[in-house]
Design a protein around this ligand. Sequence first.
Ligand code: 13P
Length: 338
Amino acid sequence: MDINILNKIAVEMVADSKGILAIDESHGTCKKRFDALNIDVTEENRRSYRDMLISANSLSDYISGAILFDETIRQKTSEGSTFPDYLDKVGIIPGIKVDAGAKPFSSHPNEKITEGLDNLTERMKEYSSLGAKFAKWRAVITIGENIPSSACMLANSHALARYASICQEINIVPIVEPEVLMDGSHNINKCFEVTNTMQSILFETLDKLDINFSGIILKPNMITPGASCVEKSSPEEIAELTVKCLGNNVPKEVPGIAFLSGGQSDEDASNNLSNINKINNNPWKVTFSYGRALQLEAMKKWGGNNQNIIEAQKIISKRAYMNSLAASGKYDLSMESK
Ligand code: 13P
């Protein structure tokens, strides 16, 4: 492990006014999104869709890194480079999702444990040789009746720490993603309580497993009410509780925090991030690592038809720009219509 290499990559991943594009959907998730839009689920469609996104005009002005999927890191863009080579050339750092998905957690109904540690060292070495400079592993925590259990939070934190240790050993920056899902009718205080506990267990476990905090990026959920909660919360309240939770748990050595969008609307994801960045005494960089909130409108416009590429690229470029403004606290909802 060379902490100078790790820290340099991590700092570049959260460079001023830039964030990370997540295009690492598993085949299952990609099929769900394509099916909803009647797009044929083929390897070529997955390739050309992701090629369309990463070759959008000026993307690298707003995007520092892109998280690829196992299939994509081996594919070529239309101009004939591998995805990592193309990304490198345009100044976007290539990364790779390495977990094998969230599976039912033994003896704990309705809870999930993320798998994928078997042979991870060998897989990581291959991804490194294919050009990956950072990786991602997502743990899923569900809020419901009597869940999450401490066991679920501990087991997932342990897996995240083992993954992070394997990444750091070969100078790949781990994105550590403990996602507390928005699903449910719980209020914002419940989300705070669960996320705060999860982050506390996570950082204690990372520390116990000797993870170097200056060579990781945290990818958390924001503190929001559940998707079906009737009590709405203002962006200011979301920002205040999110920063409070991070302040309670995230060591100041961590170079950056890059939120997931988690099912928030495009505008909410930008507006909430901007409000978080208006609270300007944070010790870490605070930005985005969005999947849905960057891509979904562009996917609808593309619709499986390459004649729509230019129009779809305008949409991804606009969302990347809006979130880039939000990453410096300069986004305003009124900008959407301009
Ligand atoms: P969303 O922004 O759609 O939540 O996806 C981000 C991600 O990478 C989830 O692992």
